[in-house]
Each structure stands twice: as C-alpha cells, then as structure tokens.
Write a protein that binds this ligand. Sequence first.
Ligand code: PLP
Length: 413
Amino acid sequence: MPGLTHWQSPQFHAFYPAACSFPAIVGELLSAGFGCIGLSWTTNPAYTELEVLTMNWLGKLIGLPEEFLNCSRGSGGGVIQGSASEVIFIVLLAAKEKKVKELTAQGSSSTEAEIRGKLIAYSSDQSNSSVEKAGLLGSMPVRLLPTNKDGVLRGNVLAKAINEDKEKGLIPCYVVATLGTTSTCAFDSLDELGPICQKEGVWLHVDAAYAGAVFVCPEYRYLNKGVEYADSFNFNPHKWMLVNFDCSAMWVKNSKYLVEAFNVERIYLKDQHKGMAPEYRHWQISLGRRFRALKLWFVLRSYGVEGIQKYVRHQISLAKYFEELVSKDDRYEICSSSMALVCFRLKGDDSLSEKLLENIEKRKKIFCIAGHHYQRFCIRFAICSELTHKQDVAFAWNEFKEVTDEMLGVKSH
Ligand code: PLP
C-alpha cells in the first residue's frame, strides 16, 4: 500500500512496536460504532467502569503496588490517556500545583507566582523528548542529567543536581525516571532515585512507555525495584502490549492532586453519582473521552496473562537471536541489548555505521533507525511486529552482512 510506512511488516525494526492485534481492532471498531462520548459517569457508565476495572487488572498484571490501584483503600487509581507525552505533561502540572499549595500552606514568604518561577524538574539526558516538551508546555525548566556509560541515571547525580539548585534558590519539584529509554532501553536506578525524591519532597514519575510491558513477566520485575517510591507511573499498551494506538496507561498514588489541579465545575457537568466512580475528566486535559478501555479489555480477555507473557518473551528471544548473530561476526560490536532492542555498530569510526544504515535504507528491504550509545552512533534493531519470526530476523541479519560485505569489500566471517 503506497504512502504508508508498514509498521506491521515483519521487516520493520525501527522505533518501537506499534501494537496491533485483532482483539484490539475489534474493540476499536465497536467503540467507534457505539458513537458515544464520555464526559462524566452518567454520559456513559460503562466507559468509566470498564476503565476502572481494566486499569486494576493491568496494574496487577505488571505488579504495581496496590496503592496505585482504584481497588485499593486509598485514593490511587489508573486512567487511560492518549499518549505518554500527555501523561508526563499532566503529571508535571499536578506536581506543580501540589508544590505551590504545599509551600503556600507552610507560610512561604514568596507569592504563588514567585514559587512557580523557581520550580525545576529533572530527568536524564536519555529521557524521551516528551519530557523536555512537558517542561516547555508547563513552563518548568527540565535539567537533563548525565547518565553513566550504560545510559542509566544514578542517584548520586540527581542528589548533586538538587543540592546545586537549592543553593541557587530554585525549588526542585518533579523528577521523571525512565524505565526503558528510547535510544537503548536503559533502566534508571529507581531504587536510588526514589529515596532522594522522597527526602526532598519531589514528585517522582516513572516513564516506562515502551518497556513497562515487560513487567507482565515476573522475571523482569527486578528492574522496577523502587517503584513504591513513585507518585505516578505510565506505560503504553499501544507500544508493546498489543493494544492499538492510542492507549497510554497511567496510575497515580493519590488522584486528589490531579482532581485539585484540573477540577473545573459547570452546571452542565453536575452528576448525581458524584463520588461513586472517578470523574476522569478531572484526570486529563480534554473533557470528552473515548471508550479506550474496550480494546484493552478485549486484549486482556483474549490473550490472557499467559498469552501476553508468551508474546513478550517471544519478542525478547528474537532480539537475543539477533544479538547472537551479530556477536559471531567480529566486524561488529554490540553496544547494548535490552528487552526486544539490540543496538550495535560496525567497529571503528561512526561514519562506517552511518554509511551502513544509509545503504540499508536505500535498499528498503528492512527499516531500522539510528541511536546513540555513550555518544557514539549505533543502529537500533527492534523487534516490532507480532508477525516477525526467526526467519525474518535471519533475513535482516543477511541484509546487514550483504551491505557490510559490499562496503568493506570482504567476505563475511
Ligand atoms: N517515553 C518513552 C521512553 C518513549 O520511548 C516514548 C516514545 O518513543 C515516549 C515516552 C512518548 O510516547 P507517546 O508517543 O505515547 O507520547
């Protein structure tokens, strides 16, 4: 089909998976067919209630602490947003209002406007562009802190930055830790960042947009250690968990901060069921809502826990297979291999790998993009499509070998 980039092709290895499955498509079709909009519980009870239910299921599925779930005793809960970018922005605004209220209540001598002007956020230099964008939209500068050679943000780096800023009179407000960075799928040291945020009274958000899906497999949950310190968490079932775009799952430990930040009442929104179910319009930017929970419900019910685990593990095993193939050829080096993403390069100057990727692009048989690993150019090879099998990985590897042979003018090893 011309004019489309074929994200579902087994030869698509760029960016990250664009989740797609028949159950999700059916859910999406039905929801389009119902032709309803959710503004409040009354305008569509099932919209709200199925979202509460599926977000509880999903939270349990990835092993989130109970406090994040609607079914817990506290005021935690999950909601489906359109994108991780939206989540990171919304949470920044909530963190900002929380901090302003706290300091004002503590009798700060600064005006609210003065407090707002001093707030500062932190993330790593490997965090997604959406973090910096949230800062731009929300008028809060974001300091992108240096990561170690594996792309990981460590606690000591955050602590140092916070201390420096406090000395300058700034007010640390918001930290975004990434579990699964876009470039190389690195995991920040959440268990180091968490206690620092707690001590400093800084809102900690965890962005696990791509890699969050891996927590459906208990053997990977060690990478989520420290999540109990987080105030909010997001991952995108629309990336790596088979639910068509858009479906970005977000949980907060205390929904009060969202509701307080975004609650604007009007007579036409009065609801006699107030308090019985979350009014999700206070948790998001738009007023109207789609029935996104339906496609999530279809996927969860059709695949089941084991089906989703099998899918994720299979994709990781394909990446491992690719890594094995690359490792056997000593013209290449593996920069990183994490989840279903392998980053590699030709040994030597960056220009060699740049040329390799350029030639691969020209041939149009497979699609990969570039990344950076420790300031060096690398090629990102991601397992994306559910249709990708071992033979497709072998096919991709052959492409790399053929192009490399042509470029270097030698036979492959
Ligand atoms: N965070 C991370 C780690 C990502 O990899 C991405 C997308 O690549 C995003 C956030 C942004 O996701 P979205 O397109 O849902 O805004």
